[in-house]
Design a protein. Structure first.
Length: 562
């Protein structure tokens, strides 16, 4: 199909805008890292002073070591649990598999700052469950603060990421080899370890690499669970540099961001290679494969179901239950009768304080309206790359999409804050929701574009070729054939992106001002003041909005793994 001619201006325009949106913040980070002061300071001069300070700062190396340990530990917890869940729900006759899966995905869509707060009020030193256990045995037998708690909770909350990719790969496998192993007398666990997992090894390695990357990007969990015990990771180190010298140390923050990018971008590139190999591998056996569930037996089914329910209780029930309970009481602690503390005053305060109420409204607007705008932007980018034979253009677009994925949301929000300060004709956008929307669109670029591209693959090339032979332009073929066919997929993508925007919090930390508050960034700012009542009410509303959005996505048949 010859579409290069009339599509060329559109593709050039899209790639130009995408390059500006991605390279402007990244370029400004690199520029700021090479100055010895803030870029708007008249005395700022080029030099490597920022890197010299950071690379000789013991706190930086401590943060780097902690980040590496946390990322690896989180992967070691999440990977076997996610692999086990994927095997049980896709390859066995476990009852209730269809209704269990949506609950397994909940931790992935709840903001990590909200989850961290939920664990604090549920199993922290004075958490509800902690106090109950203390009454029973005389002490609290665990601690969620410190490296151990951070790794375990981080691993539990990232199990769904492993589950998604491995379950997708396992569903594509034929069951012949597994049945042969069962016939030879191998127990189910042996079949999983010796047969199934080796067949999905590329997806397993990809999941481990993904968790490693997510660990380097993590901010909410280390801030809430690591900061009280003095643990620093790279993202919280950047956050603390905001006021290290009494004023924002932008040059030092930028130097750390450059180091972080140098670490994470190769991980993102590796992910891309592993994912493409995993998909090719799964397709070899998946086409027309016959899948017969492996029988677990009555005792095996009971044991497996009990293990899954226990994981759901720890990773979903505890944090969300803690948030729900704390949001409706005015105080709690040892010897406190919770029934006498029930109140709606926490929510009443949200509606009385203008900034808090505005944060709730802004969160909904960014999710619903911003999600629709993001889908339109991602659709334009996907169409620009649709059936494009150019290796240079397609490759450039791929790497433009990958670059934001290598940076944490906190860093992208900081970079756009600098862009709005640095570029004079964009300054007016900084105190508006448009600044937040632009940053959110860039943060969600990789995930959103993958959703749209998967939808576009459903359109057969012959349909577009037929329109072209009747004299239609490529734009008319897209508007008249492609977009109407993929409209249901676009609706599903919009709801999923809405959920992603509802849970996003780190991107808004530096962009927050009067008028641009959102729930997540408000929680981060309220943590410093210890306003637990307000945090609990905001966290509860965030959970309700996210669960409602996820339910709508599943109702519309959206596929969360793209």
């Amino acid at each position: 199909m010859h579409v290069a001619g009339d599509a060329a201006p559109f593709r050039v325009g899209v790639i130009t805008l995408l390059t500006l949106a991605v390279m402007a913040p990244v370029g400004l980070i690199a520029y700021q890292s090479l100055l010895d002061n803030a870029f708007f300071d008249a005395t700022a001069a080029f030099g490597l002073d920022a890197f010299d300070y950071v690379l000789t700062d013991p706190d930086f190396w401590q943060a780097l070591r902690t980040t590496a340990i946390f990322s690896v530990g989180m992967g070691l917890v999440a990977t076997p649990l996610g692999a086990g869940l994927a095997f049980l729900l896709t390859r066995t006759d476990l009852p209730g598999r269809r209704w269990l899966e949506p609950f397994l995905l909940v931790p992935m869509f709840i903001s990590s700052i909200v989850l961290a707060f939920g664990y604090t009020v549920a199993v922290g030193p004075t958490g509800f469950l902690s106090l109950w256990v203390k009454d029973l045995v005389g002490f609290v037998p665990w601690s969620i603060y410190g490296m151990g708690g951070l790794i375990v909770i981080g691993g539990l909350s990232h199990v769904p990421y492993v589950y998604l990719y491995l379950s997708s790969a396992m569903r594509s496998l034929p069951s012949d080899l597994e049945e042969a192993a069962r016939t030879a007398g191998a127990p189910v666990w042996r079949v999983a370890v010796d047969v199934t997992l080796p067949l999905v090894l590329p997806a397993l390695v990809f999941s481990m690499a993904l968790n490693l990357l997510l660990g380097f990007e993590s901010f909410g969990l280390p801030l809430v669970l690591g900061d009280p015990s003095g643990l620093l990771v790279l993202t919280t180190y950047i956050y603390k540099l905001t006021t290290l010298l009494g004023t924002p140390s932008y040059h030092l923050m930028a130097a750390v961001c450059v180091v972080l990018l140098a670490i994470t971008f190769p991980l993102v590139w590796l992910q891309r290679r592993l994912l493409s190999r995993a998909r090719r591998f799964a397709a070899l056996g998946g086409k027309g494969a016959r899948a017969t569930p492996l029988p677990l037996g009555r005792a095996g089914r009971a044991l497996a179901l009990g293990a899954i329910l226990l994981w759901l209780f720890v990773s979903v029930g505890l944090p969300i239950g803690g948030i729900a309970l704390r949001a409706f009481v005015k105080s709690w602690g040892e010897g406190v009768d919770l029934w006498s503390q029930l109140t709606l005053n926490n929510f009443r305060q949200l509606f009385e304080v203008q900034a808090l109420f505005r944060g709730i409204v802004n969160t909904v607007l960014i999710g619903v309206v911003g999600g629709a705008v993001a889908v339109l932007a991602y659709l334009m980018i996907a169409l620009a790359n649709h059936r494009w034979r150019s290796r240079f253009g397609g490759g450039l677009l791929d790497y433009m999409v990958l670059l934001p994925r290598a940076l944490p949301g906190l860093v992208i929000g900081l970079a756009f804050f600098w862009v709005f300060l640095f570029v004079p004709f964009l300054t007016f956008l900084r105190p508006t929701l448009f600044s937040l929307l632009i940053a959110y669109v860039v943060v969600g670029l990789s995930y959103g574009l993958r959703l749209i591209q998967a939808t576009l693959l459903q359109v057969a090339p012959e349909l577009e070729e037929g329109a072209r032979t009747t004299g239609a332009t490529i734009g008319q073929a897209w508007r008249g054939i492609v977009v109407p066919i993929i409209r249901p997929g676009l609706v599903g993508a919009w709801v999923l992106i809405m959920v992603i925007f509802l849970r996003e919090y780190a991107t808004g930390v530096y962009l927050m001002s009067a008028g641009t508050e959102v729930i997540g960034s408000l929680i981060v700012s309220l943590l410093a003041s210890g306003a637990i009542d307000l945090i609990a009410a905001l966290a509860f509303i965030s959970v309700v909005l996210t669960v409602a959005g996820l339910a709508a996505a599943l109702r519309l048949g959206a596929r969360v793994n793209g």
